[in-house]
Write a protein that binds this ligand. Sequence first.
Ligand SMILES: Cc1cc2nc3c(=O)[nH]c(=O)nc-3n(C[C@H](O)[C@H](O)[C@H](O)COP(=O)(O)OP(=O)(O)OC[C@H]3O[C@@H](n4cnc5c(N)ncnc54)[C@H](O)[C@@H]3O)c2cc1C
Length: 441
Amino acid sequence: MNLKSKHIVIVGGGYVGMYTALRLQRTLRRELKAGTVRITIMDPQSYMTYQPFLPETAAGNISPRHVVIPLRRVLPRVRVLNGRVSKIHHGERSLTFEPVAGEPIEISYDILVMAAGSISRTLPIPGLRDAAIGFKTIAESIALRNRVLGLLDRAESSTDPAVRSRALTFVVVGGGFAGIELLGELEDMAVDAVQYYSTIRREDMRWVLIEASDRILPEVGPEMGEWTAEELRGRGIELKMKTLLNSCEGGLVKTSDGDEFESATIVWTAGVKPSRIVNSGDLPLDERGRLMTTTRLTITGTKDAFAAGDVAGVPDLTKPGEYCAPNAQHAVRQAKVLGDNITASLRGRPLRDYRHRYAGSVAGLGLYQGVANVYGVKLRGFPAWFMHRTYHLSRVPTTNRKVRVLVDWTLSLFFKRETVSLGEIENPREEFRAAATPDKR
Ligand SMILES: Cc1cc2nc3c(=O)[nH]c(=O)nc-3n(C[C@H](O)[C@H](O)[C@H](O)COP(=O)(O)OP(=O)(O)OC[C@H]3O[C@@H](n4cnc5c(N)ncnc54)[C@H](O)[C@@H]3O)c2cc1C
């Protein structure tokens, strides 16, 4: 190892982290080969998750392994460390890294990239922490799929109306694209699945969205949001608008419209906030708790520190006074500019501004159903669903993943998707533990 080499440390291996590293791997090829630059990426996971595919993964249209990109495979010139960064001392150019096992390590660096993304923004609602689940990770996506299918099994095997009703009531809180896509895809999967159950009809299931505002899917604009609401209502999904979740202790859901019901599935998708690491260091934060960032993706008032994506408050040059929304569209593009700006700073060249006009959004609502508003072109139903699939297929990183996703989709068109719950993978040792427990005879 060349001790005089410049050490670039990237905190987080998601969209921003992986794309920044990919860019640097290309632009700094010579320096990396000569050992004058080193890059380290740190993340608890060894893969980047293509989050827009999580709803389709939950619905069983895509295999979970095909929506994650192994960092070590795509970043052969970058060191990948698995663990969490727990403190940043940028003044000293050092950070505390907690490996998945073992003692924390102090790591020094020359250039810092903050790419730690966001976590669910929750509220102090009684019962939420214990009864609900978020929807940001591949683990949550797999768990939700197993849960919904497992609950259909539970309802089918019981004659107790209370058990059946609790099992067959599914709640999503938050009507942004994560919540609406999840609701649309999961409901569609469950409707597909109930044909194999003799005592459950589609009408026995209750799907509920709880949304605090008076609109859903703001990402596609008011008109398409309204259309989506009608579409979901037409499928029998209950949309509780201008309604708050008051509590959900033990799965007893109480809402601000006075409703009260039991549910074994409560998914919280009501917004995100920056990753906690922003509070454990000496970097400046804006009024929303994000890293205060300039249009050149440097952290305001610092040297050698960059940030982008959900963790950063990046001014939107196309909408003066506003910030870039936390989405993949910005994250990918910011990562490219960020990577180029690091290269420019190493070579003593001027940095460039990040500028991108939001193109709009596409959302899937279940098989053959979707909604889109891209550059003002509004689509609904099958054309939007087709656009959603082709767009994301073009965006998912690596040819390997594109082919695997395409094969998954093609197979499920011909052979129908799998509707079996593998809930036992969450407790794989249970069977063995029972076998190893001595008989009490
Ligand atoms: C279900 C869902 C659907 C979505 N669909 C769309 C869509 O259709 N279109 C769109 O534009 N956007 C979509 N988004 C949003 C988009 O995925 C995010 O905006 C994007 O991932 C942000 O990229 P990021 O790099 O900032 O964060 P991430 O991609 O989340 O990466 C952050 C990484 O940092 C790591 N990390 C966190 N804390 C630490 C720490 N202390 N130390 C080390 N590592 C850490 C995390 O493990 C993670 O790997 C969706 C999001 C979700 C959840």
